[in-house]
Design a protein around this ligand. Structure first.
Ligand code: HEC
Length: 134
């Protein structure tokens, strides 16, 4: 269980404590989180980056993947902190899902429609990209 699913459950604990003694707190503890929290699968995101993104972006995001030589413009250094600070997570999700053309960048940055409905993997990829910042 990750922190984001744990937090809403922790928020419910005081409610459970106030409940009458014949409704055991355990029913509250095992109930699904009331709000859909942002799911994140960091391991799957990192694996996806290595198999699908690193060919162009390089394992460390330096823009030195095997396929990068043929790209024009070349992908920027994703490890660059100034660039990282200049973009938000929604932008990253959008360019990953819809490709460069959708955000006014090169169409050589491909869309990833196979991530449709896989919020946890998409968020994991974004977190992985964030982790590349040096
Ligand atoms: C076929 C090569 C290729 C693959 C595969 C690829 N990209 Fe890109 N990517 C590019 C290129 C080229 C650019 C530069 C676009 C530009 O600057 O106009 C880019 C740009 C980006 C940017 C920076 C956008 C910006 O604001 O400069 C991010 C973030 C990014 N890609 C993430 C990813 C992720 C994550 C994946 C895997 C899911 C991925 N890319 C897969 C080629 C690729």
């Amino acid at each position: 269980m990750n922190l984001r699913t744990l937090l809403p459950m922790l928020a419910l604990l005081p409610l459970a404590a106030c409940g009458s003694s014949d409704s055991p707190a355990s029913t509250t503890a095992t109930a699904p989180a009331a709000e859909p929290s942002a799911p994140m699968d960091l391991a799957a995101g990192a694996a996806y980056f290595e198999t699908t993104c690193a060919s162009c972006h390089g394992k460390e995001g330096h823009g030195d993947g095997a396929a990068a030589a043929a790209l024009n413009p070349k992908p920027r250094n994703l490890a660059d902190k100034a660039w990282q600070d200049s973009v938000d997570d929604n932008y990253l999700r959008e360019i990953i899902m819809k490709g460069g053309a959708a955000v006014g960048k090169s169409p050589l940055m491909p869309p990833n429609p196979q991530l449709e409905g896989k919020e946890d993997v998409l968020n994991g990829i974004v977190a992985h990209v964030r982790s590349l910042a040096k």
